[in-house]
Design a protein around this ligand. Structure first.
Ligand code: KIV
Length: 274
């Protein structure tokens, strides 16, 4: 197994680079990004994939679910991220309602994201039920990442955000769907909130990279929502989440200090004015 090489080997991450990383056992890193400034930092730090997730609906817009975000809003976020990126592969979620109707509608949505945002690829939730759309989009030259397990756009069907595919029947269906997505030509698949043993099985049986979020340690890469891993959100505490900062507290304290400095006429001082 190769060790982490700070990714100096590649100028730009492409779908082919990701496949090569899986083949040589190098783990793939992926985070969400929705704006220019944060995407600049994450790309400079060497993240492999930036996902313009429809989680923007939650963390940027404050909605309870991912359902309300529109295609126009996704294009706005994606074009901001694209302007920042020099190296990472940018994947953009097709939002709820922009692809479930039929494959022509799905293709039109994917083309809008590629043309108007300048994205590198798109992500879609689902398996068998969207396979015609996946094939049509890929045949138009657009790389597609799949997403199975907990698919938040179907939250009202599931009813809860609990771990998926714990029972054999659902696990077998997930493996079948992963194979269908691979055969259709997807370049990678996200597996969300499933048992680690199932994540391991899929990563072993499928040749394309499997990126997990709450899918255990044996998959080919890991993705987290940036706001969660930076500790900007206080309330979201799933077992799979590792927090690398406590930004809520840091921003809160900095804001408190700013307010105090302004009230005390301490800011600006002599050297901070013209
Ligand atoms: O929208 C998103 O952030 C996602 C990740 C949870 C994988 O789809």
């Amino acid at each position: 197994m190769s060790t982490y090489n700070e990714n100096k080997e590649f100028k730009k991450i492409t779908t082919h680079v990701l496949l090569a990383m899986k083949q040589r056992g190098e783990r793939i890193s992926m985070l969400t990004a929705y704006d220019f400034s944060m995407a600049t930092i994450l790309d400079d730090a060497g993240i492999d994939i930036l996902l313009v997730g429809d989680s923007a609906s939650n963390v940027m817009a404050g909605h309870e679910t991912t359902l309300p975000i529109t295609l126009d809003q996704m294009i706005y976020h994606a074009s901001s991220v694209i302007r920042a990126v020099k190296r990472s592969l940018v994947v953009v979620d097709l939002p709820f309602g922009s692809y479930q109707g039929n494959s022509k509608e799905a293709l039109n949505s994917a083309i809008r994201i590629m043309k108007e945002a300048g994205a590198h690829s798109i992500k879609m939730e689902g398996g068998e039920e969207i396979i015609d759309s996946v094939k049509r989009i890929i045949s138009a030259g657009v790389p597609v990442m799949g997403h199975l397990g907990l698919t938040p756009q179907s939250i009202y069907k599931f009813g809860t955000y609990t771990v998926r595919a714990k029972e054999e029947e659902e696990a077998e269906q997930l493996v079948k769907n992963a194979k269908l997505l691979e055969e259709a030509g997807c370049f990678a698949i996200v597996l969300e909130k499933i048992p680690a043993a199932l994540g391991k099985r899929v990563a072993e049986e499928i040749k394309i990279p499997i990126i997990g979020i709450g899918a255990g340690m044996h998959v080919d890469g890991q993705v987290l929502v940036m706001h969660d891993m930076l500790g900007i959100n206080k309330e979201f505490n799933p077992r799979f989440l590792r927090r690398y900062l406590n930004m809520y507290e840091q921003i809160f304290n900095a804001t408190k200090q700013f307010i105090t400095d302004v009230k005390n006429k301490d800011f600006p001082n002599e050297s901070e004015q013209y």
